[in-house]
Design a protein. Structure first.
Length: 335
């Protein structure tokens, strides 16, 4: 797959769960007490979210959600981004919208009223840097076809879909609409698998959706093995049959960009100054790759931008970069 050479109004528009993240230190006993799956994402209801939040250690709160984290990283690279998601007409919803707009990201969704409150993700980080998430989806899970702006999708070189949102049937219809708009406009559609639990629960639907709509697939090695039903050594061949470009991340072993019509590109990881919190590593990696492709870079450069962004994000608490990614990339000869 070649880089995208057009010069659209936006590099990437992301479609995802609009969530406010609450991040704090924790331990295995806390996870066991609250029945939170270590290293994964557990969906919870509003009363349970209230109980877990009340028991969490002091931490930080900021606007998040996987796809929103990705488009925030794209903005840090100097890219032009947009976002499609659902928030409620409440304080958290207004905070979420303000945060995205302050980064220069196009986000003009009409808040929900009379329904569930804005989503929040309670992220407990253990000493091994694993993040275990308990998520109340609230308004975020109500993204449907009517929320997909034809103008916004057509204006973006790549539309990026968050796998977590694929869990919601109405969101799948929204994803399909985005795919149809992107294809009609000569643009690309990307999706991230997000989590092994997402793959386990939706494998058949994903295997049907991806060949019909997706140009770029993001997965870590565990997710890829679950989706394709093969071990690591057979992943590349399986990926080529399903999608034109598949990016497979392997933590400290780096990543591979697998193309349908050419050799795989191996990309080394960038060791962080210190490993603090893996929250958002995959989101940041996807941002680098997407921005690289949308701005006309080759696959290797795009992959290296992804590795650089992931390294920055895992060196501190929180899923958003604390250092300017454009400056880092320029210092490393990537922009």
């Amino acid at each position: 797959m070649s880089a995208i050479n057009e010069k659209p109004e936006l590099h990437v528009v992301a479609v995802g769960n609009a969530i406010v993240d609450v991040i704090a230190n924790s331990d295995d006993a806390f996870l066991k007490k609250h029945d939170i799956a270590k290293g994964g994402m557990t969906l919870i209801d509003e009363p349970r979210a209230t109980a877990i939040y009340a028991d969490m250690a002091a931490g930080i709160e900021n606007s998040g959600g996987s796809a929103a984290n990705t488009v925030a990283c794209i903005a840090s690279f100097g890219g032009r981004g947009g976002y499609i998601g659902k928030v409620a007409d409440d304080d958290l919803g207004r905070i979420f919208a303000h945060d995205l707009k302050s980064l220069g990201i196009a986000f003009d969704a009409t808040p929900m009223s009379g329904g569930p409150s804005t989503a929040r993700c309670l992220i407990n980080v253990t000493k091994d840097a694993q993040r275990s998430m308990a998520t109340f989806l609230g308004a975020a899970g109500h993204v449907g076809p009517d929320d997909v702006s034809e103008d916004l999708v057509a204006a973006a070189a790549i539309t990026y879909l968050e796998g977590y949102l694929f869990e919601q049937p109405v969101a799948r219809d929204a994803f399909a609409k985005a795919g149809d708009i992107a294809r009609a406009a000569g643009r690309k559609l990307a999706i991230t698998l997000s989590d092994g639990f997402v793959v386990d629960r939706n494998r058949d639907a994903l295997l049907e959706f991806i060949p019909q709509h997706v140009d770029i697939l993001f997965a870590n090695q565990v997710e890829a093995e679950m989706l394709f039903g093969v071990k690591a050594e057979a992943l590349d061949d399986a990926a080529r049959k399903l999608c034109p470009l598949t990016a497979i991340t392997m933590s400290e072993k780096g990543s591979r960009l697998v193309t349908r019509d050419g050799p795989s590109v191996a990309v080394p990881a960038v060791p962080p100054a210190q490993l603090v919190d893996t929250t958002g590593a995959g989101d940041a990696y996807a941002a680098g790759v997407l921005f690289g492709l949308a701005s006309g870079r080759d696959l290797e450069t795009a992959g290296r931008l992804g590795s650089l962004a992931a390294s920055e994000v895992i060196s501190h608490f929180g899923a958003r970069p604390q250092k300017d990614l454009k400056t880092l990339a320029e210092a490393n000869g990537l922009l």
